[in-house]
Ligand binder design. Structure first.
Ligand SMILES: [Mg+2]
Length: 373
């Protein structure tokens, strides 16, 4: 694969209502994807995480222009892993990445390049991406859970998810204790005895606050708590595990080393790398292997577009994992950005269809309507 061009695209997609999180608010969906073109005449696309803050995407344009494009344009690689090793050596481990102090920011951009290269690589081989990762993988249903619930619009989201066959739900917490309790009561009444998960988005200040809040919420019966404290606060996560909670984290972790450290400190049960943040498919496969070798669960985080969702589903098909996270709010980046996507959804599961590469064809009209470049 000889890279002849790298083209980042920014979309600003409207939302019917702002998405509120314990740390901030999204008033529209800022999505970024990157297109990589090759001398072989095949191009690929990849997701670059840009949801938050709102200037995230624009700041990445400088990164692409000054750093990524000069490093990779006109270079030739046999495999996506070869390209990743080159990037790791020249950008992440040394050079601009560390000096700049922008490791996570760079990892998000590199993720898009890596996914696009896997798209190209598998299409050159005439394979669906999952088969390019693991030729012997078999197609099977991938269970999904309805995510992004709360703090408002819960009733409509849960009812829509129930209609679509979801049997697992994740509620955002970390607002006031009374709001969290009100929402837990509502979700339990709507979802009945179906599986419930909680996501605090790192809100609680440390073990003491997290333990007190979770104790108050435990009567609602949740299966795991995600990012109860800062993802760097491994000691507090470990203490919560000692108290009997199942802890999930990973969406704000970058590099294999960060995931290794979480395993080494035994502070985590479920590893949740995001394919648009953690270094793309190449690094996600390494993290999934780490999880497997440590006897932990692997469950991709996803709150972006159909591009990242499809890449994650290919990885789950290729190497297995717990389930797929799906934003249960109205999300045009999932429902309308692609005219073709290779995983159909029914009864709370994704089912793989045959495709070439990633298998996502963008709806050009939709993409150009919301392009802000
Ligand atoms: Mg989360």
């Amino acid at each position: 694969m000889k890279i002849t061009g790298i083209y980042p695209h920014i979309l600003d997609i409207p939302l019917p209502y702002p998405i509120k999180l314990s740390f901030g608010e999204m008033r529209s969906r800022r999505q970024m994807y990157v297109e990589v073109r090759t001398a072989e005449g095949i191009s690929g696309i990849g997701e670059v995480w840009t949801n938050h803050p709102v200037f995230n995407a624009e700041s990445k344009l400088i990164l692409f222009e000054k750093c990524i494009i000069p490093l990779l344009k006109d270079r030739e690689f046999e495999t996506p892993q070869d390209a990743y090793a080159f990037i790791e050596k020249n950008l992440l481990e040394t050079g601009a990445g560390r000096q700049w102090g922008a490791l996570g920011h760079i990892m998000q951009a590199v993720s898009g390049i890596d996914i696009a290269l896997w798209d190209i690589y598998s299409r050159l081989k005439g394979l669906p991406l999952c088969k390019a990762i693991n030729a012997s993988c078999s197609y099977r249903p991938i269970p999904a859970y309805a995510s992004g619930l709360g703090p408002d619009h819960i009733e409509e989201c849960v009812e829509r998810a129930l209609d679509r066959g979801y049997g697992k739900f994740k509620l955002k917490i970390g607002f006031s204790e009374s709001k969290d309790l009100e929402n837990l009561t509502l979700v339990r009444s709507l979802a009945k005895d179906r599986e419930l998960y909680l996501d605090a988005n790192q809100k609680f200040s440390g073990y003491k606050e997290a333990a007190r809040r979770l104790e108050a919420y435990s009567k609602f019966g949740f299966k795991f708590v995600e990012e109860p404290v800062s993802c760097c606060d491994m000691k507090s996560m470990r203490l919560l595990r000692n108290d009997g909670y199942t802890v999930a984290a990973g969406e704000n972790s970058y590099t294999k080393t960060e995931f290794s450290n979480m395993l080494w400190t035994d502070c985590i049960d479920i590893l949740q790398p995001d394919v648009g943040k953690c270094g793309g498919i190449t690094n996600m496969l390494r993290i999934a292997a780490l999880a497997k070798s440590a006897g932990k669960s692997f469950a991709p985080h996803m709150f972006s577009s159909v591009i990242g969702q499809t890449a994650s589903l290919h990885v789950l098909t290729a190497v297995g994992g717990l389930f797929m996270e799906v934003d249960a709010n109205p999300n045009l980046a999932l429902s309308s950005l692609a005219s073709v996507a290779p995983f159909s959804f029914r009864d709370g599961c994704f089912y793989p269809d045959d495709c070439q590469g990633l298998g996502v064809t963008l709806d050009k009209d939709f993409a150009s309507k919301y392009s802000v470049l």
